[in-house]
Unconditional design. Structure first.
Length: 237
């Protein structure tokens, strides 16, 4: 885990889980290093580790949830670079300013970058707008990149959110979505009520079914509890 100082030896990891003391110490180190989101980009291995064992709340380490899907988007950008002069990025359900700061750092190579967040919670940050993903307060065809990490499963109507994402996306925009998985063998989005989640999208095929009319699937990634997809908007507004 490049750039990370692990806890003292007395807090050794046993199985994949920490003792309460060791876990607390490691979490404290990461929290005290929020510069991770602006001057340091953690490795994929670390982020998967943090995602599985350390993510404790909707806000805590939110940038770690965004990094894997951001990497998939970056991979697609190298192949399908739309050569924009000014890149506009939207983060749906951004939680806090830490996630926005991370995205600014991660995509800083894009010319004219501007990152906007939307969240249903009130966040004191000029780049974050209070709003509903079902009815986003943005003009048509505004964004080159749209990211939704662990947000879509909380919506009420997935089809409506998919329609809104299509509406605010430019043609050829890249869309990165990450959601948790409960039943990977499902064949349709399943209505659930689990820890604040409303939907289980099961696997990339089920998730992509919400978007396939207007989007092309470019990449996907599956781990036991999470799926990620990157799509490209293929239709005109």
């Amino acid at each position: 885990m490049r750039g990370l100082v692990l806890p003292p030896a007395k807090h050794k990891i046993s199985s994949p889980y920490f003792s309460n003391t060791g876990k607390h110490e490691l979490k404290k180190q990461i929290i005290n290093s929020l510069a991770l989101s602006t001057v340091y980009i953690p490795s994929r291995k670390f982020c998967l580790f943090a995602e599985r064992y350390l993510l404790g709340s909707r806000v805590e380490f939110s940038f770690a949830k965004a990094i894997a899907v951001s990497r998939l988007i970056n991979k697609s950008l190298k192949v399908r670079h739309p050569h924009e002069i000014n890149y506009s990025v939207l983060c749906i359900g951004c939680r806090d300013a830490i996630e926005i700061a991370f995205l600014k750092r991660y995509f800083q190579h894009l010319p004219g970058l501007h990152v906007t967040g939307i969240d249903i919670s009130v966040v004191d940050d000029d780049d974050i707008i209070e709003g509903d993903m079902h009815n986003m307060p943005f003009e048509d065809g505004k964004f080159d990149i749209i990211i939704s990490c662990h947000s879509l499963e909380h919506c009420v109507e997935p089809a409506q959110v998919a329609t809104e994402i299509k509406r605010v996306a430019k043609k050829n925009a890249l869309i990165g979505i990450e959601v948790p998985v409960i039943n990977p063998n499902g064949t349709n989005p399943a209505r659930i009520y689990a820890g604040g989640d409303n939907w289980d999208f099961c696997n990339p095929t089920v998730l992509y079914s919400l978007f396939k009319k207007d989007f092309k699937l470019l990449d996907q990634e599956v781990i036991p509890t999470t799926i990620r997809v990157v799509m490209q908007c293929s239709s005109n507004q």
